[in-house]
Design a protein around this ligand. Sequence first.
Ligand SMILES: Cc1cc2nc3c(=O)[nH]c(=O)nc-3n(C[C@H](O)[C@H](O)[C@H](O)COP(=O)(O)OP(=O)(O)OC[C@H]3O[C@@H](n4cnc5c(N)ncnc54)[C@H](O)[C@@H]3O)c2cc1C
Length: 529
Amino acid sequence: MRRWNGWGDESIEFALHADALAFLAQRIGAGRPVTDAGLAQARAQIGASRLPEHALIDTSPEVRLRNALGQSLPDWLRLRYGVIGRAPDGVAYPQSAQDVRELLAYATQHGVALIPQGGGTSVAGHLTAPSGMPSVAVNMTRMRQLLYLDTESQLATFGAGVFGPDLEAQLRARGYTLGHFPQSFEYSTLGGWIVTRSSGQQSLKYGRIEQMFRGGSMETPSGTLHLPTFPASAAGPDLREMVLGSEGRMGILTEATVRVTPAPEYEAFHAVFFPNWHAAETAVRQVVQAGLSLSMLRLSNPLETTTMLALAGHKKMIALLEGYLSLRGCKGGKCMLMIGVSGRKSLARAALREALVLTLPHGGVHVGRTMGEKWKQNRFRNVYLRNTAWQHGYAIDTVETAVDWPRVEIMMRAVEAAGAAALGQYGEQVHAYTHLSHLYAQGASVYTTFVYRLAGDYEADLARWKSLKKAASMAIVDNGGTISHQHGVGSDHAPYLAAEKGWLGMSTLRAVFAHVDPQQIMNPGKLAP
Ligand SMILES: Cc1cc2nc3c(=O)[nH]c(=O)nc-3n(C[C@H](O)[C@H](O)[C@H](O)COP(=O)(O)OP(=O)(O)OC[C@H]3O[C@@H](n4cnc5c(N)ncnc54)[C@H](O)[C@@H]3O)c2cc1C
């Protein structure tokens, strides 16, 4: 059963061993565990529905609660402290495009907002019910079939509500993969990925979702937008670009056609350590600019490297590894790089060899596959750390951006420092660490994690989060980064969007939304409020 107030399946726990807790306590102080609100207490806060009846809409309080929020830290605070606030007045589970059209007609007639919903894994406040009008969460997860696989063109069409594991299982059974593995893979959906411009861990080989999305169908209040597939087209602006990143503001994506590739014959993940950040960053830049056929490069800064080793357990093995690395020049400031290869065995191995050769002049120490394979095993389990950290009285939040290479290190330092200063106002320390997980010839994504102590009170923790978010977002904007490389805009990043789109860009976006949705019933308040 899925947790109603945290990440993932109720039966899965991520254990934090005593040494890891001691490490955190030494960095930022001992956590102060909070008593969570119970499900009944949260459910009792869901007010009476304001909706006229409709056969497709369920207005029961628990269903509304379970579809009210996403996974951002403010969403968590509301669930954990039992301060639910606004919730949708009902939830619909359409099974066809016709059902979606009926819901649009109903919403238009009664002045009801529709909040399209995939897996509810948004970390940017995409799913909050609007104030001032009734709303329905349109949960798309019953539209999850593989509708068509064109093996000649390597295109697959799915219902947009298909979850990651279900999509991959349907493709793997036929010898194919999409290759899109965001860390939220187990609970996020194809439609959600497309409309938030998501990026998966192996984007270096398979591309971002933008490169995979080839066409589909979106139901809007003004009619159906059909996006036919072409291998390429010079017929004016590409309308798929309007759907990508539209965050539910234009309509509901019901079907999506994506580019698939044959499932890889071989896949391996290796770890390489570097003596310091400068050497590591120079090395990965050269590797990515060499254009090798790799599937992943993920570089952790010194504090993330230390944190990952501290959380790993296996104390004796890690001590042996650190002893060996120290002899090879990788000491206190060492940085860990994960390199992934996927595809034809001979090509993948050749690409890995080339990459390892390129790391050597920068002091790269290759330690083989063990750590890489462990990372792969846990790639979707590490997320459960958020639940465990909360139980021990710590909050975890992340911010992410992307910049060109000359600004990567500046950005990393600025975002980490902004977080430390923001929590410093409350007399608290923050454990902030960063990795680059999506690398391009031009630059990289910069992804920072903040761990800090909970205050133990909803208002106080919300104030801490707001200070942290504002400081980190301002650091991103001031240093020329995009407000999101992969999580999207929602409501949390909306105040910073104009900094990169400009006045004309913002008014153009609003004009497009107003054209397809003249009554402004589609996910109001998000992206470009
Ligand atoms: C622990 C964790 C790790 C994450 N890791 C990554 C990562 O590695 N990479 C990454 O890119 N993101 C990541 N995310 C963010 C999140 O998973 C993505 O934004 C994901 O694409 C959201 O998909 P979803 O199906 O859960 O959509 P939701 O959260 O349900 O919705 C997100 C937005 O999409 C809209 N929407 C959803 N479905 C449709 C549809 N069919 N039609 C129209 N609009 C729709 C919603 O209205 C909303 O605005 C992570 C989140 C968490 C909690």
